[in-house]
Design a binder for this molecule. Structure first.
Ligand SMILES: Cc1ncc(COP(=O)(O)O)c(C=O)c1O
Length: 396
């Protein structure tokens, strides 16, 4: 027998990048030496002290039992201590923190926690595609906020109609930004809080790349701004800061009514994370943070190498300020997809076509700085050999 999927599943957006993965696999099977800059999977292992904390935690019989529904007090206290130390933000671990199975789970379930079918969610365009999945699962309508280069890839609230602002109940933001590599300013977050308060919108700041900022600028947390807790929450994940993408661990912090809604929803789905994972995650948040610093330097060095190499081959690019992505304009005569296909076919270099992140991603490709400096230089050399860019003397 074959059973039909529910209507809501049928409405889920296609996984745009699945077809890219297939094309890449085909090339690799053909024996090509593919440089994959298309994905967002950290290439370094989880730091050893965190792995060791997990090994110890796995041995403890008490960790083999169910966790309490809403997770361990110890992990919530660690998350609170982390926010206090890193951002000077005070959180009540009992009612201002919810543990998540990674940021993605939180972002996708949130619309179901706060919206009714037909309610409206504001999302950035380009943006992380899982925001759309959350909207579909909740039966919510989506209004996109264009992120334009001329506005430093921040949404311009003046361009949103009053009707849209009044309709919206929830809004997603993400800085440092995937895919553009842009960062937020305090002024922008202040503006966001004003607009959200005026229109009763709950702000969800996705801080997945909070641990990765360049040029001596530490990315700011939304909760550092006065009034933020009143207006929304922030979602933090250990995936990028501590190279723990496979561990599936994150947390939401901020407005207690939103945290309570997440906790209630999750009470019915999970019995929180494996307690050993929560112990190891606490170790990550509380231990010496040299590993984060070292990794940040690694990404910054890669960014510098990549941007210098692009400029050298004549590709006019803008350096990202945070995250591990660079967002690059495609040369004239190409679309995001035709250009990425060409790079894969002729240079065996994989980049993510920008239109996979929304309409305003057309004309761009996203490069993940998730391989060595040597391979990044090699990728630029292969792209240069296609003769698409006019070579200019190196200025930086
Ligand atoms: C913008 C953004 N948000 C959230 C996530 C989710 O991260 P995780 O589910 O690993 O915590 C990612 C992962 O790639 C991301 O790029």
């Amino acid at each position: 027998m074959e059973f039909q999927k529910s209507d809501v599943l049928k409405k889920l957006p296609e996984q745009f990048f699945a077809s890219l993965v297939q094309k890449v696999q085909k090339k690799i099977h053909e024996g090509a030496d593919v440089i994959n800059l298309g994905q967002g999977n950290p290439d370094q292992p989880t730091p050893q002290h965190i792995v060791q904390a997990m090994q110890l935690a796995v041995e403890k019989p008490e960790n083999h039992q169910y966790s309490s529904f809403r997770g361990t007090a110890q992990f919530k206290k660690a998350a609170a201590a982390f926010y206090e130390r890193e951002y000077g933000v005070t959180l009540d671990p009992e009612c201002e923190i919810a543990i998540l199975f990674g940021g993605k789970a939180g972002l996708v379930e949130l619309p179901q926690c706060l919206l009714n079918p037909g309610d409206t969610l504001l999302v950035p365009d380009p943006g992380y595609p899982d925001y759309w999945s959350g909207a579909v699962l909740a039966g919510a309508d989506m209004i996109t906020m264009p992120l334009l280069e001329k506005n430093d890839f921040l949404p311009d609230y003046d361009q949103l109609s009053d009707d849209h602002k009044n309709k919206a109940k929830l809004m997603y933001l993400n800085y440092p930004n995937n895919p553009t590599g842009a960062t937020a300013t305090r002024a922008f977050f202040e503006d966001t809080i004003r607009m959200a308060k005026d229109h009763d919108i709950c702000v969800v700041h996705d801080f997945a790349y909070g641990g990765i900022g360049f040029d001596g600028e530490k990315p700011i947390s939304f909760l550092q701004i006065d009034g933020a807790k009143d207006t929304g929450i922030e979602i933090y994940t250990l995936s990028k800061t501590y190279n723990m993408a496979g561990w599936r661990v994150g947390f939401a912090v901020g407005n207690r009514s939103v945290i309570e809604a997440i906790e209630l929803y999750q009470d019915h789905l999970f019995v929180s994370l494996f307690k050993a994972t929560q112990d190891a995650a606490s170790e990550a948040l509380l231990a010496d943070q040299t590993c984060v610093q070292v990794q940040n330097e690694r990404y910054e060095n890669r960014r510098n190498v990549w941007i210098a190499a692009c400029k050298e081959i004549g590709w006019d690019v803008r350096a990202p300020k945070g995250s591990f992505f660079a967002w690059l304009k495609v040369p004239e005569g190409y679309t995001a997809e035709s250009f990425s296909d060409l790079l894969l076919e002729k240079a065996h270099v994989v980049v993510a076509p920008g239109n996979g992140f929304g309409t305003h991603g057309e004309g761009y490709v996203r490069v993940g700085l998730l391989t060595s400096e040597k391979r990044l230089k090699e990728a630029a050399k292969r792209i240069a050999a296609l003769g698409l860019f006019e070579k200019k003397p190196l200025t930086t």
